[in-house]
Design a protein around this ligand. Structure first.
Ligand code: GLN
Length: 447
């Protein structure tokens, strides 16, 4: 908490800090400890964690960085929180994000921008920018984020920390505020690979409360760290090293690929031919799902309601006009449009078909290679305000992360050096579905 106090006036990485409750919980644990033998102490006993503020932690505020939910108190724990709590974790606060996780810079938060600890004039990335900044600044030991199109991986890259977007279905989404339900996944944001594997072990697995969670055994990711990587095959997709990528980012990612070769990995060029359609496809599918998911914020359920209105429809309209920020409204309008009769076939259905082609690209690639190496973000951290007037420019920040969500695959983002401004550069390792193990074992040796 003293580290949080030291850094928060500069960073704004937290929306809520639960100091009293946490200290109380820690004292209770202290007393419990006396009764436990060493082997009975749970894995996360007394370990402080912070959580992205779109995940429910019972009794704590959950705002989604929106005016719409600014006073909402979570009535129950998300499944991931329940699992961590059972292992003894203490939840010290909620991290800032782009409103409803829509953004790549944490600038759309109702509670103000989070700053990048490496350079306070720059964004931490987004939407899990508060989580990544807090872990980078050591005002959190670890955090959980959510990733719909890059929201764990891109901020981790911009802040120089480790983030895993697990395979779709690996981790329960119960208690995560839905943005685009066919793309969203929760994952750990940590200082290093080992902590990351440790947390994924705990939060993964089938959940009866999430019908899309996978009925598959969860491997031990910590044990996977020591798996042999000599002889593995890695692919470098040529479509990811294109014009528009910062040459320094490219150089560092290529250096990481060279290091892999030295470690005995065979690196070859591959092709993912539909890559250039990923951003367009995502910005049809994600807003379509969002426009439906956000229908629940109607001024009746949840907390915010406009003060003055004439009738029910007027109440809905005013509540939503006042409660949502511009980016959220933009997404709702795009989504409503692409789902409407007459446009559905031309946009939504077409996008779903392209999504399948993107998925098949990866399937074809994984016939030849065990994992794929790419940059996470085309640039290092950009200046606050630099992209806020141009949504398309902002959307392109996720050009290297979005296809992974469309295909439902796991993606690990980890630091691989610094640019000449001293800003961290990240590399992304993309794996086969449910093969987080390979990503961790490779990442561990690359670290
Ligand atoms: N930046 C992307 C968007 O704005 C992805 C966000 C996310 O992964 N939650 O939609």
């Amino acid at each position: 908490f003293s580290r949080i106090e030291e850094t928060e006036s500069k960073l704004n990485a937290y929306i809520t800090v639960e100091k009293e409750k946490s200290i109380e919980a820690a004292k209770l644990k202290d007393r419990e400890l006396e009764k436990l033998s060493e082997t009975e102490i749970p894995d996360l006993f007394g370990i402080p964690l912070s959580i992205k503020d779109n995940i429910l932690v019972e009794g704590q505020k959950m705002t989604c960085a929106s005016k719409m939910l600014k006073d909402f108190i979570a009535p129950y724990d998300a499944t991931v929180i329940k699992k961590l709590r059972e292992k003894g974790a203490i939840f010290i606060g909620k991290n800032n994000l782009d409103e409803f996780a829509m953004g790549s810079s944490t600038e759309t938060s109702f509670f103000g921008v989070t700053r990048n600890p490496w350079d306070l004039e720059r964004v931490p990335g987004g939407s899990s920018g508060g989580s990544a900044a807090a872990v980078a600044a050591r005002s959190a030991l670890a955090s959980l984020g959510s990733d719909t199109g890059g929201s764990i991986r891109q901020p981790c890259s911009l802040c120089g920390v480790v983030g895993m977007k697990p395979t779709y279905g690996r981790v329960s989404r119960y208690g995560l505020t839905a943005f685009a339900s066919s793309l969203d996944q929760i994952g750990p944001i940590t200082k290093n690979i080992e902590d990351n594997a440790f947390l994924l072990n705990i939060i993964s697995g089938l959940d009866s409360k999430d019908a899309t969670s996978a009925k598959l055994p969860v491997p031990n990711y910590l044990e996977a760290l020591d798996n042999e990587i000599k002889g593995l095959k890695a692919g470098l997709p040529k479509e990811y090293f294109i014009e528009g990528i910062d040459p320094e980012v490219k150089e560092k990612v290529m250096e990481a690929a060279k290091t892999l070769e030295k470690l005995g990995v065979e690196v070859e060029e591959i092709s993912l031919p539909h890559t250039s359609y990923a951003v367009e496809t995502y910005y049809i599918i994600a807003p379509a799902e969002a426009s439906s998911n956000l229908g629940r914020f109607d001024g009746v359920r949840y907390t915010y309601r406009a003060k003055e209105y004439t009738d029910l429809i007027d109440m809905y309209c005013k509540t939503r006009a006042e409660g949502f920020g511009n980016e959220v409204k933009r997404r709702i309008m795009i989504g409503t449009y692409t789902l409407s009769a007459g446009y559905y076939d031309a946009y939504y259905l077409k996008a779903q078909k392209v999504r399948t082609l993107i998925y098949q690209d990866f399937q074809n690639a994984f016939e030849k290679v065990d994992f794929i190496v790419t940059p996470v973000s085309p640039t290092t951290a950009f200046k606050i305000g630099e992209k806020t007037d141009d949504p398309i420019k902002m959307y392109l920040s996720d050009i290297f992360t979005i296809a992974v969500n469309l295909a439902g695959l796991p993606g690990l983002s980890m630091p691989c050096g610094f640019d000449s401004k001293g800003l961290p550069v990240g590399v992304q390792l993309i794996g086969k579905a449910f093969d987080e193990e390979t990503l961790y074992s490779v990442g561990y040796k690359l670290e």
